[in-house]
Design a protein around this ligand. Structure first.
Ligand code: GCU
Length: 595
């Protein structure tokens, strides 16, 4: 099977204008020369976006005492990068609008090399300029993007200016309403990356679909010498393959090797080395197969029950958008402590630190694009935006064994234009990656009896695995109603209960029917888990949610204080009663799976 490679070049979406589409160019693959631009950046908060007209991107300074320049990065306070601006300054907690960032750096150009500036993510729209020259724009807050700056970067002093705007838009992805904080800023690492004139742009090194020994994939070169040979090495299994790229710089391969398969119990990663000309890329890759057989999900050919939890990319203890390896270690450490083998990264692609840690820790991953609630389905620009976010999510993480699901959406309303939109995304995802499973979190159920609900959303036809969000006991009914509730599913497909839950303030105690207490949340979990165990085709669960997180939709003083309190752990690390109930449930399941 010839992998359709390098769609990223072909499908340049609306999201990246004038940009090289993201790839493993500068992901955490070692071997690349990078210069970090993280740190304190001078920043101008520009609520009326005067900066475009005033030419902030030129970073002008008064040339004489009578010169009139009405802005100054020099005199403006700094913001840390990476980081959201909302939690760095009280005055910016609710700020939505443009902020201009400036970073000065000195550089020495090296002959025969090309230079890129890479952003791990910027929420929501970003426009970048180097030394006063526009590099390009990017839309979407959760995927990496980069610009080639080989001709713009200077020897000596340089200034990089980025306008970031987190204003929500009705035609956006997500649109204007969502239940998480619209953290703005350069929220992930910013780096300069140097590569040889001809370099390894992207690669796909995975097992062929359904095979535990045959690997197939490709390597894409970028540059003038795209026909130069490529060597693929996996020393531990004595693989050394010399590949001949075609005229487009694409080298396909197929080979067999005796591999230890990656699994949560045995998250085996292999050193993989790709070299071509003077370029060498090193990566750590695991090999596993994932497929659906009837109502079962098979990992490496064996049925698996996905003991999961949903989580946001929210920093533990300090609030704000998480980005660091420490943030990831804390949160995924809690996920492991719960007894999970699976985690749902809601509702947008999380940072690479989290995905790579899941790869190393042995946590299977559900990754999702923020097609969330109701969006502008009939708008072609909104579709192109969603397609680009899907493409970029897959482009960054397609070599991660941990990632098994591409989720197209969350809780979207059943209507024809939505189905057309999501069907297109499903086609794109399957074309870009025929090896992983396509899912979505649905919440449309038919009331087919006093104690019966039928999952009938037409999206069920499109998906490999059906995700269901249900809030019996919190948004409707009482927790005890779960005892009688029967669920029906219109498809002979695996079902994941992708959300259920209720809120509790850590440390608040009372009767089990008293809202906001740990007892209420725990009681709800007890009844839910018993109900869910009886659901048809059940293949896994990801209760809502690991940790309390900031949300502008949660305003109850003294209880929510702009936090969604459905975490089984508070944002200060306090484990609630439901944490232990879920942990006990997973121990029981793991025990039964071992037998
Ligand atoms: C929804 C949604 C979440 C939200 C949760 C809640 O189902 O998917 O993003 O936070 O419910 O209401 O707490």
């Amino acid at each position: 099977m010839r992998m359709k490679a390098c769609w990223s070049w072909l499908m340049l979406g609306a999201a990246a204008v004038g940009a090289v589409t993201p790839s493993n160019l500068i992901g955490n693959v070692s071997g690349r020369t990078t210069v970090s631009l993280n740190g304190a950046w001078h920043a101008i908060v520009d609520p009326f976006e005067n900066g475009i007209g005033a030419g902030f991107f030129r970073d002008e300074k008064p040339r004489s005492k009578s010169d009139r320049v009405e802005y100054s990065f020099e005199l403006s306070p700094t913001l840390n990068v990476p980081g959201d601006w909302n939690t760095q300054r009280e005055a910016l907690m609710f700020y939505e609008g443009p902020v201009w960032y400036r970073r000065e750096f000195s550089y020495r150009k090296k002959p025969g090399t090309r230079t890129f500036v890479q952003f791990g993510a910027a929420n929501y729209r970003a426009a970048a300029y180097l030394n006063g020259e526009k590099l390009g724009e990017h839309v979407g807050g959760f995927n990496p993007f980069e610009f080639e700056v080989t001709s713009q970067v200077r020897d000596g002093g340089n200034f990089l200016i980025v306008e970031v705007n987190n204003t929500r838009r009705a035609d956006g992805v997500p649109a204007a309403r969502f239940d998480w904080w619209s953290y703005g800023g350069l929220t992930r690492d910013v780096e300069l990356v140097e590569v040889p004139e001809t370099f390894i742009q992207d690669y796909w090194v995975q097992l062929s679909k359904g095979s535990q020994s045959e690997m197939s994939g490709w390597v894409q070169l970028n540059g003038a010498q795209v026909r130069q040979q490529v060597t693929l090495e996996i020393p531990e299994v004595h693989v050394r393959e010399v590949l001949k790229p075609d005229f487009g710089g694409l080298a396909n391969f197929r080979l067999t090797a005796k591999l230890e398969l990656w699994s949560p119990e045995h998250p085996k990663l292999y050193d993989v080395i790709l070299s071509s000309g003077s370029d060498t890329v090193r990566d750590q890759i695991g090999f596993r197969t994932i497929e659906v057989q009837g109502t079962k999900i098979l990992l490496n050919g064996k049925p698996i029950f996905l003991r999961g939890i949903s989580m946001h990319e929210e920093a533990p203890f300090r609030d704000g958008r998480a980005f660091s390896a420490e943030d990831a270690q804390t949160q995924l450490g809690w996920v492991k402590e719960l007894g999970c083998n699976f985690v749902r990264f809601a509702h947008y692609p999380h940072n690479e630190n989290e995905v790579r840690l899941a790869d190393r820790m042995g946590l299977l991953v559900w990754s999702e694009i923020p097609v969330y609630w109701d969006i502008d389905w009939a708008n072609p620009a909104t579709l192109a935006n969603a397609q680009a976010q899907l493409r970029d999510m897959i482009a960054r993480d397609h070599d991660r064994a941990a990632v098994i699901f591409w989720s197209l959406s969350n809780e979207t309303p059943v209507k024809p234009e939505r189905l057309t939109f999501l069907k297109q995304l499903a086609r794109d995802a399957r074309e870009m990656d025929p090896t992983r499973l396509i899912t979505s979190a649905l919440n449309h159920v038919d009331d087919t009896g006093p104690s019966e609900r039928t999952i009938s959303d037409p999206m069920g036809d499109v998906l490999d695995v059906v995700g269901l969000n249900e809030y019996l006991g919190w948004y409707w009914g009482r927790p005890e109603d779960a005892d009688k509730m029967q669920w029906k599913l219109n498809w002979n497909k695996p079902l994941i209960v992708s959300e259920f839950g209720g809120s509790a303030v850590a440390g608040r105690h009372g009767e089990a029917d008293e809202r906001w207490t740990e007892e209420y949340q725990d009681n709800l979990f007890q009844h839910q888990l018993a109900m869910i165990e009886k659901m048809p085709n059940l293949a896994g669960i990801t209760p809502w949610v690991l940790m309390d997180f900031r949300s502008p939709a949660r305003m109850l003083p003294g209880v929510q204080d702009y936090h969604n309190r459905k975490g089984v752990i508070s944002n200060r690390g306090q484990r609630k009663m439901a944490f232990y109930t879920l942990q006990k449930f997973y121990r029981k399941i793991a025990e039964s799976q071992r037998q």
